[in-house]
Design a protein around this ligand. Structure first.
Ligand code: NAP
Ligand code: HSE
Length: 424
């Protein structure tokens, strides 16, 4: 049975999807009985050279949605508008939608899911988190009966690619970012990757599905990798840690809390072996224990594979002709404040080298009720480097210690602060 596919966006992922649809149509038909047929690919600039047959390209995106030959709309443009209005138009017309747009789903997912539910059609977004890794479907279907307590993920391929190249090859940040862009991992504006916003959108989506509550991106505490330089990576490695940008979401009776920030991970930890543009997501629940999903997290072809899986599922549901019920219903819930989250902090300080400085530094932590776990000092005379790892303490206490430290004359500079993934 035939299903006509209209793609909005013919860039890295849209172009790969167009080619996969053309190349794999026979195999898909043999396996699923569905004849997927590419109808059109909406783009902005018709003059641009495409890596799919140019005859499919059009700059009339509303025309793609409205085309009678298009039964299912795939959105691979990115950004909020006009993606949002085009998807609403498709859903209102009763056409199922597949999207890889985490920014859109994290900010307007609830509205779009409600609209799809009202029309009884599918809205699938597997590729919005983790590239080729199946994680949305396991969370919303296979694990729908489990109470998920915690999600920890490396969910941005660009930053993981950068941090891995800095660690393995000692390369400079800007140089590796340019390479990640050329490989098609980065967002149109790569600030979304390096400042942590892309991971924050994914954290909100994962937390929402895991805990069954609508998680606002604005409530996700977000820090990027700007502060991570070659020295930070070298020192972390010498202490037995890798640096990763993590998305962490905790559920529980006190309310959910989601955050994105760089983290030191002990080198033996499974997440430290997630290299390059790969992603990984850890889930923890009372019955399942721990579950790890990992694999290619970005790039045209891996991501298009996840999109194609959704296209086949949505096609099946369309051809079945029944009303599709939403895979998730969000309840309203208040988030817990990030201030109350307990973390271990790693601090690299540049301090004056005279008797009593260590006692002053220790006093600042003590006065804020933060206990020190370990201390390293390097250098002699003038200023020296002091590295401190604390025991877990609430963020507000850690920040209070930081204020007291910064006020000390003996502290020349707080050169780096990185959180440490729970070791205790
Ligand atoms: P991209 O290479 O920048 O492609 C975007 C496409 O959309 C281009 O073809 C562009 O047209 C078209 N487009 C954008 N705005 C438009 C507008 N206003 N009107 C008409 N056409 C417009 O982006 P991408 O990397 O493929 O990413 C697409 C989506 O997938 C994003 O939501 C992204 O977050 C998500 N995603 C990407 C990856 C990845 O690894 N790249 C992985 C997972 C999810 P022109 O070609 O004419 O400029
Ligand atoms: N820019 C994103 C990343 C694409 O680097 O992970 C995949 O969502």
């Amino acid at each position: 049975m035939r299903v006509g596919i209209g793609i909005l966006g013919g860039g890295t992922v849209g172009g790969s999807l167009a080619n996969q649809l053309l190349r794999e149509a026979g195999a898909i038909s043999a396996k699923s009985g569905i004849d997927v047929e590419l109808v059109a690919v909406g783009v902005r600039d018709l003059a641009k050279k495409r890596d799919f047959p140019a005859g499919y390209a059009t700059d009339d995106l509303e025309g793609v949605v409205d085309d009678d030959r298009v039964d299912l709309v795939v959105e691979l443009m990115g950004g909020i508008d006009p993606a949002r209005s085009l998807l609403k138009r498709a859903l209102e017309a009763g056409k199922p939608v597949v999207t890889a747009n985490k920014e859109l789903m994290a900010n307007h997912g609830e509205e779009l899911i409600e609209l799809a539910a009202g029309r009884g059609v599918s809205l699938l977004f597997e590729a919005a988190v983790g590239g080729a890794i199946p994680i949305i479907r396991p969370l919303s279907e296979s694990l729908a009966g489990e109470r998920i307590d915690r999600v920890i993920g490396i969910v941005n391929g660009t930053t993981n690619y950068i941090l891995t190249a800095m660690e393995d090859e000692g390369r400079a940040y800007a140089d590796v970012l340019a390479e990640a862009q050329a490989l098609g991992f980065a967002e149109a504006d790569p600030t979304a990757d390096v400042a942590g916003h892309d991971s924050a959108a994914k954290a909100a989506i994962l937390a929402g599905l895991a805990f069954g509550v609508w998680v606002s991106v604005a409530d996700v505490h977000t820090e990027g990798i700007h502060g991570i330089d070659e020295v930070a990576i070298e020192m972390a490695n010498s202490l037995g840690y890798s640096v990763k940008l993590l998305a962490i979401a905790d559920g529980g009776e006190r309310g959910h809390v989601a955050r994105v920030h760089p983290c030191l991970i002990p080198m033996g930890h499974q997440l430290s072996s997630v290299r390059g543009s790969s992603n990984a997501v850890f889930l923890e629940g009372p019955n399942l224990g721990q579950l790890l999903f990992s694999g290619p997290g970005a790039g045209g072809q891996p991501t298009a594979t996840a999109v194609l899986g959704d296209v086949i599922t949505a096609s099946r549901e369309l051809l079945a002709g029944s009303q599709v019920t939403p895979r998730i219903r969000y309840s309203a819930a208040s988030p817990r404040s990030f201030d109350d989250v307990e973390n271990q902090w790693y601090l690299r300080l540049i301090v004056a080298d005279f008797p009593g400085v260590l006692a002053q530094v220790a006093g600042a932590f003590g006065a804020a009720d933060v206990s020190i776990k370990s201390v390293w000092q390097e250098g002699r005379g003038g200023t020296v480097t002091l590295v401190i790892i604390t025991h877990p303490a609430q963020e507000k206490a850690q920040r209070s210690a930081l204020e007291k430290l910064s006020a000390l004359d003996a502290v020349d500079q707080v050169a780096a602060i990185i959180r440490v993934l729970d070791e205790e």
